[in-house]
Design a protein around this ligand. Sequence first.
Ligand code: ADP
Length: 460
Amino acid sequence: MGRLVVISNRIADPRKPASGGLAVAVGQALEASGGLWFGWSGKIVEDGTPGEGELHLQTAGNVQLATVDLSREDHDSYYLGYSNGVLWPVFHYRLDLADFDAGYIGGYRRVNHMFARKLANLLRPDDVVWVHDYHLMPLAAELRAMGCRQRMGFFLHIPLPPPLILAAVPEHDWLMRTLFAYDLVGLQSEADVAHFSRYVGTETPADILGEHEFRAYGKTLQVQAFPIGIDVDEFQALGQGRESQDMYAQMKGEYSRRRLLLGVERLDYSKGLPQRLKTFRQLLQTYPENVGSATLIQIASPSRESVDAYAALRQELESLCGAINGNFGELDWMPVRYIHRNVARKRLPGLYRAASVALVTPLRDGMNLVAKEFVVAQDPDDPGVLVLSRFAGAAEQLAEALMVNPYDVARTAETIQRALQMPLDERQRRHQSLLTRVREQDVHWWRERFLNALANVPAP
Ligand code: ADP
């Protein structure tokens, strides 16, 4: 196999572990093949010309990093507009939040075209190209139009919605057709693959050749589920570190008489945060033994604050937290600790380990890595319980979690109560099964499965 070329909206220096599991996993494969990582530099040029951006070349060890600046206009239409104002909400089933008529599509196409133009000059004939995520769906189609014939794969990190939701995107025909420029498309879950198959069956002229094989527009495409994992060894090592141990000791000390419930995420409407707070309120009402005892720590880091829907969500959360604390709080106990900030990654395992219950209750999520991180951080002798939304991609792999429908506040509260009361032997049993699977199906397993499948796609 030739050199690996990875393209993603943002890139990270693969040698810096703070970049997280994906960067490390992809970075290792890039190192091994002397590869190239291409993406946006993160720089916005205020008065830049749309469709133009300076290319920067750097080396990091054995890897070449190529990044391109974006003009303000391109950034706002391609990144904030089409990617995060149209594709993100629709692909998370939130048609109500999508901004269809602002004309962002022009910027999306323009930036994908520009990226392809810059990248085509850097490609070698035997490169293997791996494109990541919804920002860059049409990239292969652009590259093919420029004559690039390399093997190309695409991985979608977010869910693929059912056909009648996807069909609300005015450009859905074009968008989905561009996927046929790839040789392999990877999705997070079997549910996503089923949606793809149904879309192709009802909305395109494609022939369904098999469960994972489709033919249309003169091209055969493989589509499979590759659920992404975490770097288990890296996360366990972080858990052994001083910052994490200090965090654990601090939380255990401070909450020695309390039961800790924990939520950690970016502040995003896909994460089901208002529903979670209402569920916690219901828990206190229905099971009053938790009053004065259960504390919910909700960490929600700032995210995409210049997209309108996020500001509204932030207000709603602040108001719900204030009401719960005002109605239930006592002088020596606040039911909700809401923190609108990042927690240093080095401290996260200690925080997870101190919690009796993790609430991972998104309304829709491609995978959800927090669920997997929580499992890995637990003390196997006295593990906490994972309460997981059936709408997270991770639900297909993590069947031993307590599964909930986050829209159903009453039953989710009941399930949290069950988690709080779960006997030790059941907690250990469930945790053992979960840990085994999270460990087997880690981020390296994911990368290797995808790259093997891409290498094995029959030549056209
Ligand atoms: P998403 O990709 O939608 O943000 P995931 O759960 O798949 O959701 O991945 C989120 C990653 O970011 C995890 O590795 C998690 O540890 C990290 N993360 C999320 N929120 C925070 C936070 N508030 N502080 C620190 N790390 C966070």
